[in-house]
Design a protein. Structure first.
Length: 115
């Protein structure tokens, strides 16, 4: 079992920045993948950014060049630095982890981009 605790969401103006954090209850070295998904109202949940197979990173095309995923192995924490935010980035952001073919989700954190 893997618990994921997210933090860092909130309200930000267009063009602003936020950093999300996700702390795992296990060593992230034991995880096949860990990253972030988001779900906007009326839309399907989509991948934002993730680490897979250790250090391979994947980004959604819509966030490339604006978002950066990183991790602190000692803290078992993955971060999502979000810059140049726009209203289309408004969504609930979920931390995700995969281990031994099981998928785990955090509780979600709301990100709202609005003036």
């Amino acid at each position: 079992q893997v618990q994921l605790v997210e933090s860092g969401g909130g309200l930000v103006q267009p063009g602003g920045s936020l950093r999300l954090s996700c702390a795992a209850s296990v060593s992230i070295f034991t995880l096949y993948a860990m990253g972030w998904y988001r779900q906007a109202p009326g839309k399907q949940r989509e991948l934002v950014a993730a680490f897979t197979s250790g250090s391979i990173t994947n980004y959604a095309d819509s966030v490339k060049g604006r978002f950066t995923i990183s991790r602190d192995n000692a803290k078992n924490t993955v971060y999502l630095q979000m810059n140049s935010l726009n209203p289309d980035d408004t969504a609930v952001y979920y931390c995700n982890a995969e281990k031994l073919r099981a998928v785990y989700w955090g509780q979600g954190t709301q990100v709202t981009v609005s003036s």
